[in-house]
Design a protein around this ligand. Sequence first.
Ligand SMILES: [Zn+2]
Length: 170
Amino acid sequence: MVMEYLAFKAWVDLEECEMVNPRTISEYRCGKCNLSHNTLIAAEKCCEVKVADWENVMVFDLREEHLKLLSEANIVWDDCEFGAPGMDPKRPYGNSDVTGDIAEIIKLPKTKNNYDEDEECWKENAEDKLSDLHRQVMIAMKIVLRCRSFKLGKYQRTDKYKDDWKYMGE
Ligand SMILES: [Zn+2]
């Protein structure tokens, strides 16, 4: 996976005290979620860590929005290595504007809190919520395939290295 990141530096000019060299403060942004980090490694690992958090959950609440996203999943043949079917990582729901697709599918309202009318884009908190929901689709997919069911509610597994998801109830 190619991680893109932007790095920019801010120089604090300390003209007043000649004995002190100008201090360099570095900020690294995750190319996927735009979150700021102090180190390059943290920025590179940012979204990997967020996925890992979902990979480690033991209980998952399968909701209608997960099923709506699964219904719109753009399934393709990925020719990497041996090849396997999966969601197109570039256009997982059909278009390259991934958060835009997700917002449309789950019908996220363009309220003042969620949407910037002037910039015509989702605000950071809404963008974060949409990206996180996309990561949750991984677990939702494991559950519906394993349980052969689209029943909404809570699911649990016995071990974080197993995907033996079982339905617990609503
Ligand atoms: Zn990130």
